[in-house]
Structure formats: structure tokens, C-alpha cells
Ligand binder design. Structure first.
Ligand SMILES: NC(=O)c1ccc[n+]([C@@H]2O[C@H](COP(=O)([O-])OP(=O)(O)OC[C@H]3O[C@@H](n4cnc5c(N)ncnc54)[C@H](OP(=O)(O)O)[C@@H]3O)[C@@H](O)[C@H]2O)c1
Length: 246
């Protein structure tokens, strides 16, 4: 991670789970980290869980990734305050386990999942690239995907979530092609975890005996991809807990 020391990372969905763990790890590795979330106060609270030195490198910024205006404003603010973004961790994501694809009145929930998991990721990538291109910087975009982006698994009420992650798989490769056609050496990596113990997983008996990754395990994969030499690009990492059935 030495080459990222002093560089700037944006982590979306930084207020809990994988995003919060990524903020801490990148700040501990010497990066200036801007954590985006609607609950920005929770990103601010992360500072109390790291050394003073690392805490000084963590900055919280309100952003709702379902709003293009909010994304454009957040990235412009990072450009103004920190000079630009070198690494983007596209992590913000939601599932709405309240309905099936056939449930009457499900439109708002389904649109929220697609707007967050797909359009949010695309628009954040566009804004990060704009910043990298302006400075001719060969940065890195990391998309937090899912095993559900590679394989249909019949969990109840996952409705459009799997489709949103299949979209992330396709978008990662489209981005890779677009970045190459732009003549840049910006990298893009998809990280596809199995089940991870975060607030996204409903509490209760349903997952009592299910093996799970911890958020830090996924962050380990992020650090691996970021840590490769400039000529090496990790395309896809699938990481699952030992014993996972699917
Ligand atoms: N947990 C799993 O089993 C699992 C498995 C595979 C992949 N993933 C993926 O991992 C990523 C992180 O999820 P997690 O498990 O860490 O879940 P989590 O603990 O629920 O965190 C989700 C994060 O996304 C943010 N977010 C949601 N909607 C947003 C919006 N409109 N604008 C900005 N931020 C928004 C939330 O922040 P605010 O609510 O504060 O805005 C929160 O910080 C997601 O992309 C998820 O699909 C999770």
C-alpha cells in the first residue's frame, strides 16, 4: 500500500459494515479518506476507533447516491478540499427484503435498490474518473459486488438485488473497456463477497448457523487489489466464508 500513502480515497456507504471497515483500514494505511453516507455522523464517529493520526485523515461527507446532484456536489467538494480522488470504493448498497418482484406496490423499493446499487455506482465512477483524468492520475475504482452478481441463488425476497449485482458485473467490464479506450491506466476491480455479517443481514434465527465473513475479510481483498503493482490489475475477487453452501 506504500504508493497510496498520502493519496485520497472516497468510500461510499461508509457509515456501517464493509464501508466503515474500509474507511478505517485505508486511513490506517496512510490514505486521506472521505467517507460518504447519508448518516455522515456515523462516519465521523469512526474517528474515535482509530489512532489520532489516522483519525485526522478521516473526513465525513453527506451524500445520497440515489441523487445525481448529491454525488456531483460531493465529488466537487472533494476536488476543492483535497485536490481530487485517487481511489474510489463503490460500496454503498441496499437490499429491500420486503417484497417479491410480484408484490403490488413494490415500485419504490425496487427503484431504490437499482438507483443505489447500479446508478449510484455508475455516477460515482464517472465523477471519480473526471477527477483522475483532470490530473492525469492512474487511480483505482473498486466495486463491491456480490456472489449474487455471478449466480442466481434462491434466497426469499431478494427481488431485484441479484439483478442489480449482475449489473455491477457487466458495468465493471464496461468501465474497464471505457477506461482503456480513454487511454488511461485507471484500474477497476470487482470484489464479490458471499454473506458478510453487517447490518444488511437481518437479525434473528434465520442465519444463526450460517457461516459468515466479517467486514474486515472483505477489506482484506480490497487492500490486496489496491496493493498490486501499477502494471497488475485484479479483475475479480470472489471471497466466501468456509462452509458457505451456495
Ligand atoms: N452483507 C453481505 O452479506 C453482503 C454480501 C455481498 C455484498 N454486499 C455488498 O456490500 C456493500 C456494503 O454492504 P454492507 O453489507 O456493509 O451493508 P450495510 O452495513 O447495510 O451498509 C450499507 C451502506 O450503504 C450506505 N447506503 C445505502 N443507501 C445509500 C444511499 N442512498 N446513499 C449513500 N449511501 C447509502 C449506508 O449508509 P447510509 O444509510 O448512512 O446512507 C451504509 O453505509 C453493498 O454494496 C452490499 O450489496 C454485502
Amino acid at each position: 500500500m506504500d504508493r497510496w500513502h498520502g493519496k485520497v480515497a472516497i468510500v461510499t456507504g461508509a457509515s456501517s459494515g464493509i464501508g466503515a471497515a474500509a474507511v478505517k483500514a485505508l486511513a490506517n494505511a496512510g490514505m486521506t479518506v472521505i467517507g460518504l453516507a447519508r448518516r455522515a455522523e456515523r462516519v465521523q464517529e469512526l474517528k474515535r476507533t482509530v489512532s489520532t493520526e489516522a483519525a485526522n485523515r478521516i473526513h465525513a461527507l453527506h451524500c445520497d447516491v440515489t441523487s445525481e446532484r448529491s454525488i456531483v456536489d460531493a465529488f466537487a467538494s472533494v476536488d476543492r478540499q483535497f485536490g481530487g480522488v485517487d481511489v474510489l470504493i463503490n460500496n454503498a448498497g441496499v437490499s429491500k427484503l420486503t417484497c417479491t418482484l410480484l408484490t403490488p406496490g413494490n415500485g419504490d423499493d425496487l427503484r431504490t435498490v437499482m438507483d443505489t446499487n447500479v446508478m449510484g455506482l455508475v455516477l460515482c465512477s464517472r465523477e471519480a474518473f473526471r477527477s483522475m483524468k483532470r490530473r492525469q492520475f492512474a487511480g483505482h475504482i473498486v466495486n463491491i459486488n456480490s456472489i449474487l452478481g455471478h449466480k442466481y441463488i434462491a434466497f426469499p425476497n431478494l427481488n431485484i438485488y441479484g439483478a442489480s449485482k449482475y449489473a455491477v458485473t457487466a458495468i465493471t467490464e464496461t468501465l474497464r473497456n471505457d477506461l482503456r479506450n480513454e487511454g488511461t491506466r485507471v484500474k477497476v476491480t470487482s470484489i464479490s463477497p458471499g454473506i458478510v455479517r453487517t447490518e444488511m443481514i437481518p437479525e434473528g434465527d434465520q442465519f444463526k448457523d450460517t457461516p459468515m465473513l466479517e467486514a474486515e475479510d472483505v477489506v482484506g481483498a480490497i487492500l490486496y487489489a489496491l496493493g498490486t503493482p501499477s502494471h497488475v490489475q485484479v479483475h475479480e475477487v470472489i471471497v466466501k466464508p468456509v462452509g458457505e453452501m451456495a
